[in-house]
Design a protein around this ligand. Structure first.
Ligand code: ADP
Length: 321
């Protein structure tokens, strides 16, 4: 029912007292290796909720790739469309200091080799999906090819992360575009109408072109409406502990959905859990606000436990909130 198209990474996490300067070596904690990447995270989150889920992604023929495949399978996601080989599995090298601040180096590896040709070869799978959910940790051309293969009557959900200038063809396919406040600022600053070209890497500060361009201090409601002007049918802005804002061009509504109050332990992957839950519920026929009401509970549950995929809730855990 749900097809996720996106990245799969091994997250290698080392605790450090402080980060090394150039030319310096510091000792850190034992390395912890976690399955991650936004695509794999979403697939695991949805499958754990009980969604019939497949992931279209690429991993390397290596131990990290096997870790990701195991995590997907044990959550109940289909790995039939996880392509293997061509480059090492994507890796995120994460150092965490005593204040909890992260420094991250990402090696996209196999994710960068998920090509438009891979999308064409998966045309049957794409054609059978009710909902297709993608992010931007794979090449933008691959996402562009994906939107050209979406079947009529299906729904396309995009989390533009890491944020990039989006071509109109992708923006207008989104229903909804799901993004946090940082990503919303970027997409508005890059202004998909005036500035974006398919390869654009317009900086967040760089391309404020006016029109729908962003201003600091803009209320989330105004941002949501400005994002709608870029072409998506609907927009969901996630607001962390404050929940989410849902804006729909069809009925010109903008609704704030509050999140349950929880003790936040680790917010890693909260947005992925939210988006996966939202996409799945849309595929089941929920209205956008109803799907978001479920998704904020899933996101909130995900922050109550450490890690990303390890923290994603079962339906029972969502119901217990
Ligand atoms: P991202 O992880 O992409 O930055 P957010 O921080 O907006 O996204 O979180 C996504 C969703 O996770 C929120 O809409 C909310 O439902 C939930 N969430 C995140 N942080 C908290 C929190 N501290 N308390 C309750 N819910 C949270």
């Amino acid at each position: 029912d749900l097809l996720v198209v996106g990245s799969a990474n091994a997250d290698l996490v080392i605790g450090v007292e402080r980060r090394p300067a150039a030319g310096e070596t510091v000792l850190g904690s034992d390395v912890r290796v976690h399955p991650g990447g936004k695509g794999a995270n979403q697939a695991v989150a949805a499958a754990r909720l009980g969604a019939r889920t497949a992931l279209l992604a690429r991993v390397g023929d290596d131990g990290h790739g096997r870790l990701l495949l195991d995590s997907l399978r044990s959550a109940g996601a289909s790995t039939a469309a996880v392509l293997v080989g061509g480059a090492p599995t994507g890796v995120a090298l994460i150092t965490v200091d005593p204040d909890g601040d992260n420094s991250i180096v990402v090696s996209p590896g196999a994710n960068a080799r998920l090509t438009p040709g891979d999308v064409r070869e998966a045309a049957d799978l794409i054609g059978a999906a009710r909902v297709v959910s993608a992010q931007l940790e794979i090449p933008l051309e691959t996402v562009g090819e994906l939107v050209r293969h979406l079947p009529g009557g299906s729904r396309f959900v995009l989390n533009p992360s890491p944020p990039a200038a989006l071509p109109a063809e992708i923006l207008s396919a989104c229903d909804p575009l799901v993004l946090n406040e940082h990503e919303a600022r970027f997409v508005l600053g890059a202004d998909g109408r005036a500035g974006a070209d398919a390869n654009g890497q317009a900086g967040a500060a760089g391309a404020n072109t006016g029109g729908a361009g962003d201003r600091s201090g803009t209320a989330p409601e105004d941002r949501a409406r400005a994002l709608l002007e870029l072409g998506p049918r609907s927009v969901v802005i996630t607001l962390g502990a404050r929940g989410a804002l849902v804006a729909d061009s069809r009925d010109d509504t903008c609704v704030h959905i509050t999140s349950p109050r929880v003790e936040a332990v680790d917010t890693t992957g909260a947005g992925d859990a939210f988006t996966a839950a939202l996409a799945w519920r849309l595929g089941r026929g929920d209205s956008l606000p109803d799907a978001a009401r479920y998704a904020v509970r899933v996101g909130a549950a995900a922050v109550t436990a450490p890690g990303a995929q390890e923290s994603f809730p079962t339906p029972e855990e969502v119901a217990a909130l």
